[in-house]
Each structure stands twice: as C-alpha cells, then as structure tokens.
Design a protein around this ligand. Structure first.
Ligand code: NAG
Ligand code: NAG
Ligand code: NAG
Ligand code: NAG
Ligand code: NAG
Length: 667
C-alpha cells in the first residue's frame, strides 16, 4: 500500500517535473527557432521593415586591413562624372572620401554611404575639399572614429530624400482580385495588395531643386520601390510591379511609373539600373516597352502610348548603338546585343566587395576587365550567376562581356514586335511595317545565333570559346515569353519544354531554380528561385498554344503561389527570392547582401498569377498537389491570425497547461 502510493507520488512528481521543464523551455525554443531564421534571413514582418530610414550601426573599425582601397585613375571609366553628375562625382562615384569610408568599413552595406545626401548649405566640392584638408594622410592611417564624425557632420541619413506617398487609385478589395474563387487565395491577394501602400515612394522636391546634394535621380511621379535596401526605383523590377499593379486595378500608379521612365529616357537617353547617379553607366533588361504594352492591354490608353512611343524608340537606339556585338557563326556575321557597361571601376554601392575580390589580380588591366564584367553582370539583372563564369564556379572567372545572352536578345526582339504593334494601334502603318520587318529579321538572326538543334533549345553563346552554354538556366525560356520565334515553329517550343523537363527544371518543390549549379554560392544560382524567372517560364508556357505546356504553366503557377504563401505564413514577409529546394519554407540566400523583404516584383508576380488563374486555382488542391505539404496539418495554414508560429501544436500545449496546473495545486 505504502509502496503503491509512493510510486504514484513519484510518477506524478516526475510528470510534473517533465511538464514544467517542457513548458519553461517551450516558448523560448519556438522563439529561438525564429531568431535563428532571423540571423540568417533577417526575418521580420513587412509591416516592421519595408523601407526604413535607419542608418546601419557603425561597424567596429578594422585597423589593419590588408586590402589597398586607393584606386588608380589610369584607364578608369567611372560610373558618373562632372557632366552626368555635376558637383557630386567625387562623393558618390570616385575619390578618396569614398575609398576611405569603404576602407574603414563604416557601414555593413557599402550602399549606405553612397545613398546619404550631402547636408543643406554644403556642396560636394566643399565637402571633398574639407575632407582632403582634414585627412591628408594615407587612407590606412585615417582614424575611423574621426572619419565617422566627419561623415555625420556632412551627410544626412540615407533614404530621407524619398517620401512615403498616398495611392489614390488603391482600394482594399480591387475588382480584379475579387474574382479569385478560393477564399484563402483571395485573402492572400488582399494582403499583398496592402503592401503596395507600404512601398509607395515619391522623390522629395528638394532633389529637383538641389540635385547636386543627392545621389538620387529625380523622377516626377510616385512609384513602387522594390523594398529593403532597394529604396529607389529599379528598372526591370518595375515590369513585374506593374503587372501586379494592373492586377490590383491601379492604372494611375502604373501610368505614373511609365511616365517616370519616359522622363528618365528623355533626360539621359536610356533607363539606368536604378535611380541613383552611381547607376548612370549601366542599364537592366529592357522592359520599358513591355510595361507600356501591358498597361495598354489593360487600359487601351492610346494617348499614353502616343506620348511615350518616341522615348521607347530612343531607348531601343541606346541598346542597338551602345550594346551591340558582332557574332560570327558558320562564316556569317550577326549584330546581336550583350550586357556590357563601359564602366571598369568598383561599383560604389558594392565598393568593398569589388575591391576585395579584385585584390587577387595583380595587373591593373585585369582588375579593370573584372570590374567591367561585374558591372555588366549587374546590368543583366543576374548579379551574380554561374551563367557569367568561365569556370561556372568562381566569381573571379567572370566573363560577362564574352557572352551573348539569350534573354537580352529575346527582350530586344519583343521590343521590336511591340513597337510595330503599338504603331499599328495608332494607325501609323509605315512605322508599323518598319518595326515588324525589323522584328522578323531579328527573330531570324536570333534563331541562327542561339538555337542548338541537338540540344533542343536556345542557349547563350560565348565569343571566346565559340560555343553555346548548354547548362540549364530559365533564361532559355524567355523566347517563349517574348514570342521570339515563328508561331509556325511550334516544334521549337515543344522541344524546349521537353528539354527543360529532361534537364530536371520542374523537379523542385518550391518552383523553378535559377540554375542547377550547386557550388557557386551565388544568388542567381541553385537553390534560389526568383519571381521574374518563374513568371516568365509560366507565361511562356501559357502563351505557347500547346495544351500540355499550358497545363504545366498552371502546375508551376500553383507551385510558385503555394511556396510564396507558405513563406508568407511563416515569416509574415514577401522576399526578393526563395529557396525552392528547401523542405522548410524560406527566403533565399547567397550573394553579396542579405535577402531583402518587401518585395515589389514578388508581390507583382503573385498578384498577376492569381488574377490569371484565380478562377481555377484552389487552395486545397495546392496543398494536395504539393507532396511536401501533405504531412502538414491544415491548421498550420490558417493564417492571417497574428499567431502563425505557435498555432500548430494546440493539443500538446493544452495538455501541458493542464498538467502544470495540477502540479501547481498539488505541490
Ligand atoms: C595603393 O594603390 C595606389 C594606387 O594603385 C598606390 O598609389 C599606393 O601606393 C598603394 N598603397 C599601398 C600602401 O600599397
Ligand atoms: C542654411 O542656410 C540658411 C540661410 O543662411 C539658414 O537659414 C539655414 O538654417 C541653414 N541650414 C542649415 C541646416 O544649416
Ligand atoms: C552611347 O555611345 C555613344 C558613342 O559611343 C556615346 O557618345 C553615348 O554617350 C553613349 N550613350 C550612353 C547613354 O551611354
Ligand atoms: C575557384 O577559386 C578557388 C580559389 O581561388 C580555387 O581553389 C578553385 O580551384 C577554383 N575553382 C575552380 C573550379 O576553378
Ligand atoms: C509615324 O511614325 C513615325 C516615327 O515615329 C513618324 O516620323 C511619322 O510622322 C508617323 N506618321 C504618321 C502618319 O503619323
């Protein structure tokens, strides 16, 4: 009897001890898991981050940096100069101040310094002269604390020249999204629709009045920024942002962004990578015409088309005149396009990284070539990827300027077609015929240069090796997206699909990866999936006219929506890129900066896909069709509560609470 009660007592004591221990570690453990994610991915909800005006805390200065940050002038082609950025070229694009700030690692992100405006009543030249007078010593002898003081005395915080703005065409439940049949997906779309308000930016008028104090380029209208460190407008991002805005019926905002690009092209002759003076020597994939086309398709606004057509033609002339390269194949010569900026210096926004990697090269000419190839890869939007590497592994083997890329030429092809079409819509038959002829001629050249019959697809061509790069990259599907093949050549399109399938492009749980190259550790490689690339593959297959490929387009759209959704539930954020091969839903990694939240093109793509497929996509089917999610209890997906993290184990928690209560009463 005594024995029996003792054992019950001991068992109870044991259970209580276990339950109390479990309870006490439980909450912290959940939080720790999230914090671990935090340290990797800077996981914070979009409400909290968006575009912050915060200044990075100063990094502990590294006193004995072995890298020489002093840059020689010889043979340099800078990213801006006294003509393109008068008064500030020695602040934001070159010079000892920039070199010193980078050498002393004042900020964890190189971009922070070059985004800081010069203080009121100061000018670039006066700040620079002051700096030289106060720090005549060699850069490595400069005291980082004094340098930090100097910078704070002369510069405002980054981001303050961009204001948040009001979207008068925004509504909580836009017509285009109300039609989404599935309740959960419709709610998801409304949540994403809300993020537009967080990402709206307008350039402060003081930038227009005193441009010389800012690295920011003035544009007259509001725009949607990508998010995170990307505070200003970006070129190719805007295409997918506009697709999303159109899905949200925000035609005024979409028009405002198009008119910003017109303004920029009229001012400087092309669209730079982004809205800063340090982007003035490089562009990004040319999708301005495609934005206008999509806007026109949604609104039939012919007046806008008429207004911007000359600027589209002007931008195209830039690509043709400044980015063409001769390709000789089988005894014939073709003028094609390539990503090739003339700048051959460290990119100011990634200065430290660029100097550090180039320090392995001893000859200045080799460094110059490296920096040109790095900046040219940035122009491609794919910064960086094994696609540009001679050895497909190491950034130091980058050779972007030896490569004739499929996607750029397919975009150019699209531009010609769109120009012909839009002129036709305006009733200008002469111009329509002119551009249509250009389009057909270019399409023909395109096939001759890129199509490899034995490998059933279009592939990048390398001028050095005189060979095609036969590895998988989603860029191989861009001709389907832009229609850069004869509609009668259905065989080309069908075979490309088979080829991508054989290569394993469709085998990943979260979507289509950027490559199958696993060892480069670059952000435009495996295992990252990017919205624009997934979207172009989906749209390319959807436009194919082949039911089998259209079915695949739908499957891929489901996959992409579901993986974005799962990460949104887990992180309360939309990311710029995703890990498509990971079991746990998560944002992407790799590359030279942390994964960024926001995120303009990610939201745009999901909204576009939901508006395209909203009548037939069902959340239950998504879960069912997705093998990875079968084992997850559906309650995990009951979102839009504030407690998405902890809701998954309710019964276990309940049991623990009861036990703890009993123990508390007993002892
Ligand atoms: C750093 O490089 C510059 C320019 O090439 C050169 O003038 C300077 O002597 C170098 N400094 C050191 C410490 O090596
Ligand atoms: C700039 O100069 C004007 C006129 O001299 C003065 O009113 C203003 O306070 C100054 N601003 C700053 C930030 O020093
Ligand atoms: C394009 O090239 C021409 C001639 O080389 C040059 O004068 C012009 O500045 C370049 N345009 C841009 C926008 O870089
Ligand atoms: C990449 O660079 C590293 C270090 O420079 C070198 O050890 C490695 O062999 C290179 N990889 C390839 C594939 O060339
Ligand atoms: C057609 O477009 C071209 C080029 O934009 C222009 O020069 C021409 O005047 C236009 N013709 C008509 C009839 O509008």
């Amino acid at each position: 009897m005594v024995k029996w009660s003792t054992s019950i007592f001991l068992s109870l004591l044991f259970l209580c001890a276990v339950s109390i221990t479990a309870k006490s570690i439980e909450t912290p453990r959940d939080q720790r898991e999230i914090t671990e994610e935090n340290s990797q991915n800077r996981v914070v909800s979009y409400e909290k981050t968006t575009i912050s005006n915060r200044v990075d805390p100063p990094q502990p200065p590294t006193s004995s940096d072995p890298i020489n940050y002093t840059q020689p002038d010889e043979g340099a082609h800078y990213v801006c100069n006294e003509k393109s950025a008068p008064g500030r070229e020695n602040i934001y694009c070159k010079g000892k101040l920039l070199e010193a700030v980078m050498a002393k690692s004042l900020y964890s992100d190189s971009k922070t310094f070059v985004d800081r405006p010069i203080k009121q009543n100061k000018t670039g030249p006066s700040v620079y002269t002051d700096f030289l007078a106060r720090f005549p010593e060699d850069i490595h002898e400069i005291d980082p604390i004094q340098l930090r003081t100097f910078v704070d005395e002369n510069f405002d915080k980054e981001g303050q020249e961009l204001n948040e703005c009001f979207l008068d065409d925004w509504s909580p439940e836009p017509q285009g999204l109300i039609g989404i049949a599935d309740t959960t997906l419709r709610k998801f779309a409304f949540e994403l629709n809300k993020i537009w308000k967080e990402l709206c930016r307008v350039v402060d008028e003081k930038v227009k009045d005193e441009p010389e104090r800012y690295s920011l380029l003035y544009v007259p209208n509001r725009f949607i920024a990508p998010g995170g460190r990307f505070r200003e407008f970006y070129y190719w991002d805007a295409y997918w942002i506009i697709r999303g805005l159109l899905a949200s019926n925000m035609y005024e905002t979409s028009k405002a962004m198009i008119l910003n690009f017109k303004h920029i092209v009229d001012e400087i002759g092309f669209v730079p990578n982004g809205g800063r003076v340090y982007y003035l020597q490089r562009s990004q994939p040319p999708l301005f015409a495609a934005m206008v086309y999509e806007h026109y398709a949604a609104t039939l606004d012919l007046a806008l088309v008429k207004e911007v057509l000359p600027s589209i033609e002007k931008e195209l002339a830039f690509w043709k005149n400044n980015r063409s390269a001769e390709v000789n194949i089988e005894g014939k010569s073709y003028d094609m396009l390539q990503y090739r900026t003339p700048s051959n210096v460290p990119r100011p926004e990634s200065f430290r990284e660029d100097v550090a990697i180039a320090s392995q090269f001893h000859e200045l000419s080799r460094k110059r070539q490296f920096w040109q190839d790095i900046a040219s890869a940035a122009e491609s939007g794919w910064d960086f990827s094994s696609r540009w590497f001679a050895d497909s592994q190491n950034l130091s083997s980058i050779e972007t300027t030896n490569i004739i890329p499929v996607d750029l030429n397919a975009f150019y092809c699209y531009n010609l077609n769109i120009l012909g079409y839009l002129h036709g819509e305006l009733g200008n038959i002469t111009s329509e015929l002119h551009w249509m002829q250009e389009y057909i001629e270019f399409r023909d050249k395109f096939r001759r240069v890129f199509y490899v019959p034995g490998s059933k697809g279009w592939y990048d061509y390398n001028l050095r090796t005189r060979e095609h790069n036969l590895h998988f990259y989603p860029s191989m599907a861009v001709p389907l997206f832009t229609g850069c093949y004869d509609r009668l050549a259905t065989r080309d399109a069908n075979q490309l699909y088979d080829q991508m399938s054989d290569m394993g492009a469709f085998n990943f749980v979260g979507g289509i990866p950027t490559s199958l190259e696993r060892t480069s550790n670059q952000q435009w490689d495996f295992p990252n999936g990017w919205s624009p690339l997934n979207h172009m593959v989906i749209e390319g297959l959807r436009k194919s006219g082949n039911p089998r490929m259209q079915r695949k387009a739908f499957d891929l759209a489901e996959k992409w929506v579901l993986s974005n959704y799962r990460v949104f539930v887990a992180d309360r954020a939309m990311w710029e890129k995703y890990n498509v091969a990971s079991g746990a839903p998560r944002g992407g990694g790799g590359g030279e900066y942390e994964v960024q939240a926001g995120f303009g093109w990610t939201n745009g793509v999901i909204l576009d896909l939901l508006s395209t497929y909203g009548d037939r996509m069902h959340f239950d089917e998504l879960l069912f069709n997705n093998p990875r999610s079968k084992d997850k209890s559906p309650t995990t997906f009951t979102v839009f509560s504030d407690d998405a993290y902890t809701s998954s184990k309710p019964s276990y928690q309940f049991l623990l609470s009861i036990l703890s209560l009993i123990c508390y009463k007993l002892f």
